[in-house]
Write a protein that binds this ligand. Structure first.
Ligand code: EPZ
Length: 420
């Protein structure tokens, strides 16, 4: 198993190129199940989660040609509709094949993903919506068994909660359903918007893209022709490097991004005293005399993302004063706190809120990554901690960050990957 060794404190400088968004790529890979042609996807992030989903499609019988940043997927001759436990257990996003498989074949079996480190993460809203579209669903031996012998039918879905993969799953199910589906309280995340835009480009009529009410006119199981396309930049990877610049109080330019996807993150950094130079596809973070404490509440897009909570919480340890961070999306997304405390952070946890008292001098130690974003937060902390920090269990990090240590080395960090 690999771990990262970081020696701090460090200053960064220069620029970093952001890769394609993992959370956009995952639904778009599942979407190839709706295509009659071989689909070419460019700007793919070369991370483990992508390889996992590609492997799942390949197990289902798709022909897959995965090169570094491009994948060609042909699902035309697919006959197997069972997504097995061995893959689904390693990545919850595998549930994204449920909607497209069911709408195309009228039946499928997908292993239940189960809980994960950041919370329970049920899929009840996905299942309820598919039932409204005419699916018969049962859970047997850990699998979701879904049937719709006469195909799915359009329905009016009102999500009780905003769900990102839930919206993506139902958009894909609705694309091949019979008639019109309305999704009320749909997710607004840029990753969902890109899925809708690519489907629209393939001839599916979708109204309301980018709004909380989507109307999708299904093709009644007619597969679509999907042109080659490029994955949008990863706003969470970009935000993580913005935090790297901020926590080391350095000037760094984050390239190949869409600043409009990062407004909540940019605004928090400005409140903390940083100056940002925003250009059409880059942001330069500039140092500040003193980092100010802030209050943060995680919410759905366009508000502050839960996927940036761990990184900002870490940044707040270096702010002067008391920051209050409230996690509203996942019930157990503060596992990084006890690891940051090992480095000397002063954080008090109560329910879904963390009070971070700054500024503290962090000191290097051995720490353990608990989930993807927590891993990057520990790397950020290590860059300001004095001495050596070893971040263990970085397989979490490899699920979603493209060559993090190489990108940080290029910026000047003293970081290397070692074997346990
Ligand atoms: C997506 O997860 C992302 N994953 C997550 O990124 C991200 O943290 C999350 O959205 C929130 O932005 C992918 O896009 C692959 P949700 P998702 O369904 O879709 C509850 C990362 O680090 N809920 O929007 O699974 C749920 O428990 C990852 O890259 C139900 O109750 O999240 C949560 O409280 C981690 N029932 C809330 O809704 C359901 O059926 C939002 O979850 C579905 C969700």
């Amino acid at each position: 198993m690999d771990y990262l060794q970081i020696v701090g404190p460090t200053k960064l400088s220069g620029s970093v190129d952001i890769s394609g968004a993992k959370n956009a790529a995952l639904p778009l890979i599942a979407m190839t199940l709706l295509a009659k042609n071989e689909v070419t996807i460019n700007n793919l992030p070369n991370v483990v989660d992508i390889k996992t989903l590609v492997k799942l499609l390949s197990n289902l019988g798709a022909t897959v040609d995965l090169k570094k940043e491009t994948v060609k997927i042909d699902t035309c001759c697919l006959t197997n509709t069972k997504a097995t436990y061995d893959i689904v257990k390693t990545m919850r996003a595998s549930i994204l094949v449920l909607g497209p498989l069911l709408s195309r074949f009228g039946h499928c079996e997908v292993s239940l993903p189960g809980g994960c480190a950041i919370g329970q993460r049920p899929i009840d809203l996905h299942l309820k919506a598919l039932e409204q579209m005419g699916a018969e669903i049962s859970i047997e031996a850990g699998y979701v068994l879904a049937k719709a012998p006469d195909g799915l039918k359009g329905a009016h879905i009102v999500f009780d909660k905003i769900t990102v993969t839930g919206t993506a799953n139902i958009v894909m199910a609705a694309a091949l359903a019979k008639g019109k589906t309305i999704i009320t309280n749909a997710a607004l995340e840029p990753e969902v918007v890109q899925l809708c835009e690519v489907l629209k480009g393939a001839g599916i009529s979708i109204d309301g893209i980018g709004s909380s009410e989507l109307t999708i006119y299904g093709t009644d199981r007619r597969l679509v022709e999907i042109e080659p396309f490029e994955i949008i930049p990863d706003r969470i990877e970009a935000g993580t490097y913005m935090c790297a610049a901020a926590i080391t109080n350095s000037e760094v330019t984050i390239n190949k991004i869409r600043p409009e996807h990062l407004e909540a993150v940019s605004s928090k950094l400005e409140q903390m005293g940083f100056t940002l130079d925003v250009k059409p596809s880059s942001i330069t973070v500039k140092p500040t005399k003193s980092i100010k404490a802030v209050d943060i509440i995680t919410q759905e897009f366009p508000a502050f993302p839960t996927d940036m909570q761990a990184q900002f919480l870490t940044l707040c340890t270096q702010a002067d004063g008391v920051s209050l961070i409230e996690e509203r999306l996942f019930e157990n997304r503060f596992m990084h706190v006890s690891e940051l405390q090992r480095l000397g952070a002063d954080i008090k946890l109560k329910g879904n809120s963390a009070t971070v008292i700054g500024k503290v001098k962090l000191v290097g130690a051995d720490v353990m990554a608990t989930d993807l974003r927590a891993s990057s937060a520990l790397v950020l902390a290590a860059m300001v901690a004095k001495g050596t920090t070893n971040v263990h269990r970085i397989y979490h990090l490899d699920r979603g960050y493209v060559e993090l240590e190489k990108k940080l080395q290029k910026l000047g960090a003293n970081i290397k990957r070692l074997k346990e």
